[in-house]
Design a protein around this ligand. Structure first.
Ligand code: 5GP
Length: 225
């Protein structure tokens, strides 16, 4: 990308369960060195195929409480009224050191805390294309009982209401299209004047050069109306 050197801000993706945000987050990170995934800590049990340290850091309640005590979590929340989830501070530090966008796949409560504590983060809300598509995803998992589907739908009611608090809203109607939208948002964010640490210096360098030109080559030129 052209432009002045800039930091790569953390990216928060929030959405109701069943919107496909974990898939979006994984695709953003896969094969793109500009992105890395924030591996959360959680007390929930691993699902089939999930790997410790890659999908989540799976810890027990005591382990999670120890992380809170030690100040190791930037934010944490009880999600769906059942399990604890939190973002380890070191995930953000690792990405900052590598100059990468860190992608946080977290819930709305977590997103609000990140807004307060990491003000440079870009907050994106992902909407499902329709309620029908959402239901298909929730029921289609096959692993969920109807009480679990109902609990996720109740969470979706609250989560959807928070969409206007976010910086950006995208609709996940098509994976590639939605990924393109998110990349476009981050590209534009990279051009924000407030994100260019070298801007003041660069502007000062240009102004000095213009000032010197005016003094050396244009001293005798008077301004015409
Ligand atoms: P799941 O159990 O389906 O993987 O995730 C349940 C919910 O917890 C999802 O909305 C997910 O984004 C959210 N979540 C995952 N990690 C974190 C975290 O570190 N902090 C918060 N606040 N929510 C998280």
């Amino acid at each position: 990308m052209s432009g002045l050197p800039h930091r790569s801000p953390p990216v928060v993706l929030a959405a109701p369960a069943g919107t496909g945000k974990t898939t979006l987050a994984r695709h953003l990170v896969d094969g793109d060195h500009g992105f890395t995934f924030s591996v959360s800590a959680t007390t929930r049990a691993p699902r089939d195929g999930e790997r410790d340290g890659i999908d989540y850091h799976f810890v027990d309640r005591a382990g999670f409480e120890a992380m809170i005590e030690a100040g190791d979590l930037v934010e944490w929340a009880e999600v769906h009224g059942r399990d604890y989830y939190g973002t380890p501070r070191k995930e953000l530090e690792r990405a900052a050191a590598a100059g990468q966008h860190v992608v946080l796949d977290i819930d709305v409560q977590g997103a609000r805390l990140i807004r307060e504590r990491v003000p440079e983060a870009v907050l994106i809300f992902v909407l499902p294309p329709s309620v029908e598509a959402l239901m298909e995803r929730l029921e289609g998992r096959g692993t969920e009982q109807s009480d679990q589907v109902a609990r996720r739908l109740r969470s979706a009611l609250d989560e959807l209401a928070s969409a206007p608090e976010f910086d950006y809203v995208v609709v996940n109607d098509d994976l590639e299209g939605c990924l393109g939208d998110i990349r476009g948002i981050l590209q534009a964010e990279g051009f924000r004047a407030s994100r260019a640490p070298g801007l003041a210096k660069e502007v000062e360098r240009m102004r000095s050069a213009i000032d010197a030109l005016l003094r050396e080559e244009y001293t005798n030129v008077t301004e015409q109306e």
